[in-house]
Write a protein that binds this ligand. Structure first.
Ligand SMILES: C[C@@](CO)(OP(=O)(O)O)[C@H](O)COP(=O)(O)OP(=O)(O)OC[C@H]1O[C@@H](n2ccc(N)nc2=O)[C@H](O)[C@@H]1O
Ligand SMILES: Nc1ncnc2c1ncn2[C@@H]1O[C@H](COP(=O)(O)OP(=O)(O)O)[C@@H](O)[C@H]1O
Length: 275
């Protein structure tokens, strides 16, 4: 029977402005989101009973039962399927691993069944709509308003996760100000990567300080990234703990990644292209 494979890229919040809170407790966001060329892999095969196998270097601790977002994604489509999930992304890491796995599963199922992706992907998680697009986007509302951003220059990055899981609700709970300014109504037409990085430096991740309060090692990650040669900007993604450093070119990013990996063998460190 046909097996369809799909790539589940890491999601990076280049900016994450928390602009309000709804009556149900969910926060209003304004975020510029991109995707990396590192990620998980899912293989999907239609079968009489749904089953999940999780492998790969980051498989430990990932739920294999019905709580796994890939099985919840299968259930949303009203079908049953066997899934093999190869985990390369750390979990509970601010890079949307589970959401991206769910989105990749939905894309694979839609392709193999010739049917559209079902309504209601937001019920799987606030990050799932943007992960369905899987390219540069502005994400607003609680995550349901997603608009593609054309012409975003390619960025060269180092991603670091210090291997401490950070639960998203705990970080939102630590926010002291929930009513921060959004990004400008109209995003600029960046002339190139340097121009984009200069603009990003004026924006924020409002969850960064609350996440540092939850896991102080995040401050060390940002500091270590920031002092590597050629680092233009170091910031946290999502609710953490993964942080990114931005560099002018792939070689500079790659040598920063090698240097940091030698210094911190316990951290998850990857060089990546973001687009
Ligand atoms: C913060 C973000 C930014 O992209 O990324 P991550 O750190 O998870 O990668 C996302 O909004 C997370 O998306 P996701 O992880 O799918 O969130 P959900 O499962 O829907 O929600 C987890 C919890 O986060 C809080 N939450 C999430 C989204 C949102 N707009 N407001 C919230 O307050 C709620 O406490 C919710 O119970
Ligand atoms: N496919 C999956 N991969 C990773 N974690 C998953 C998956 N499905 C469910 N989870 C659960 O979701 C939680 C958040 O994981 P993840 O989506 O990686 O985090 P984040 O939203 O911070 O980027 C994990 O702690 C794990 O229990």
């Amino acid at each position: 029977m046909t097996v369809v494979e799909a790539f589940a890229p890491a999601k990076i919040n280049l900016t994450l402005h928390v602009t309000g809170r709804r009556a149900d407790g969910y926060h209003l966001l304004d975020s510029l989101v991109v995707f990396a060329d590192v990620g998980d892999r899912v293989s999907v095969r239609l079968a009489g009973v749904s089953r999940l196998r999780v492998t790969g270097p980051m498989a430990a601790g990932v739920p294999v039962g019905p709580d796994n977002l890939v099985l919840r994604a299968v259930a949303l489509t009203g079908t049953t399927a066997e899934i093999s999930l190869e985990k390369h992304l750390p979990a509970a890491a601010g890079i949307g691993g589970g959401s991206s796995d769910a989105a990749a599963t939905l894309r694979a199922l839609a392709r193999m069944r010739g049917q559209p992706v079902p309504e209601g992907v937001l019920t799987l998680g606030a990050d799932v709509p943007v992960c369905m697009l899987a390219r540069a986007a502005r994400m607003c509302g609680i995550g349901e308003e997603v608009s593609a951003v054309a012409g975003l220059p390619l960025l060269h990055a180092v991603l670091i996760n210090p291997r401490v899981p950070v639960p998203t609700p705990a970080v939102f709970r630590r926010l002291t100000c929930r009513d921060n300014p959004p990004m400008p109504d109209e995003l600029p037409a960046w002339a190139g990567a340097g121009d984009l990085v200069r603009w990003l430096a004026e924006q924020r991740n409002d969850l960064q300080d609350p996440a540092i309060a939850e896991q102080p090692v995040i401050a060390q990650v940002i500091e270590r990234l920031g002092v590597t040669p050629g680092c233009q900007l170091a910031r946290m993604s999502g609710s953490g703990a993964t942080c990114f450093g931005l560099y002018d070119d792939a070689e500079t990013a790659s040598s920063a990644a090698s240097r940091l990996a030698a210094e911190f063998p316990g951290w998850w460190i990857r060089s990546a292209r973001l687009s």
